[in-house]
Design a protein. Structure first.
Length: 273
């Protein structure tokens, strides 16, 4: 009997150590929350999921750079608490880390999540100075669905973006292929959502410097989407860099964002420098 091809978007099928990596990042996130100065669960809206965590470097807080991180999970799993470890890299670089929470599909639709992310960014612009941050020194990063959501902070609907740079890791920039993936029965992305929320269809703030990174061992759709999105951004005048992360897969690449000296960690530190 002919074996069916594995779904290239189902991460677990292509990352044998998936569960081990998730356990590691959750453990490291707990350690980060215990040792890094932070303010947890700051409300940026009225919804129960509309909160963010702030992590601070040691020392005086005065007009510090600010970095927003948006987690992935195909818009339907994980939480901000699972990704606190990213603050290790951010705070060591002397910046405030803002790790966003948002509601998950299918309980809400894509429009709600995008609205939440944009409102969280507005909260940062209006309130981060009271925590010692400089809203004029703002960068953003995201992984997978988080990279998709990060683009919504510097597209036409978000101008002036006020964002200096973005690190987009293993992102989804065209939602249409997901309609035929394992996600179809889970979140059922609609045609309207494909047209409205595929970054490949959007125009972007030309002043934002963008780093598009993909694990070298990720499945072909992630490489194709990064290449197509890079071309889209470049035609709009953005400065774009592309990096293949050596020997990295979809999960090891995001794990490494919180590890000093790794290729992904160095990309994050460079964004903040």
């Amino acid at each position: 009997m002919r074996q069916m091809a594995k779904d290239p978007f189902r991460t677990r099928d292509h990352v044998p150590e998936f569960d081990d990596i998730v356990a590691e990042i959750r453990r490291r996130s707990g350690e980060a929350r215990a040792k890094i100065p932070m303010v947890a669960d700051v409300a940026y809206g009225a919804g129960h999921a509309e909160t963010l965590d702030l992590f601070f470097p040691e020392g005086r807080r005065d007009r510090l750079p600010v970095h927003i991180f948006i987690h992935g999970g195909y818009w339907r799993m994980f939480s901000k608490a699972d990704y606190s470890y990213v603050a290790e890299t951010v705070t060591k670089a002397g910046a405030i880390a803002v790790v966003l929470g948002y509601a998950l599909m299918p309980a809400v639709r894509m429009a709600t999540i995008v609205d939440q992310i944009r409102r969280a960014r507005r909260w940062v612009g209006e309130h981060i100075a009271t925590h010692g941050g400089d809203p004029g020194k703002l960068t953003v990063s995201g992984h997978s669905a988080g990279a998709h959501l990060a683009t919504m902070l510097f597209d036409d609907d978000s101008r002036p973006s006020g964002i200096k740079g973005a690190l987009l890791l293993g992102g989804i920039y065209d939602l249409r292929p997901l309609q035929g993936s394992f996600l179809a029965p889970e979140i059922a992305i609609t045609d309207e959502e494909v047209e409205r929320f595929s970054p490949i269809n959007h125009d972007f703030d030309p002043s934002v410097r963008v780093e598009l990174a993909v694990g070298a061992n990720e499945t072909p759709p992630f490489h194709r989407q990064a290449a197509a999105f890079a071309e889209r951004l470049q035609t709009q005048g953005l400065v774009v860099s592309r990096t293949n992360l050596a020997a990295a897969n979809h999960m090891s690449s995001v794990r490494d964002l919180g590890l000093a000296g790794t290729q992904a960690g160095l990309l994050m530190a460079s964004l903040l420098g």
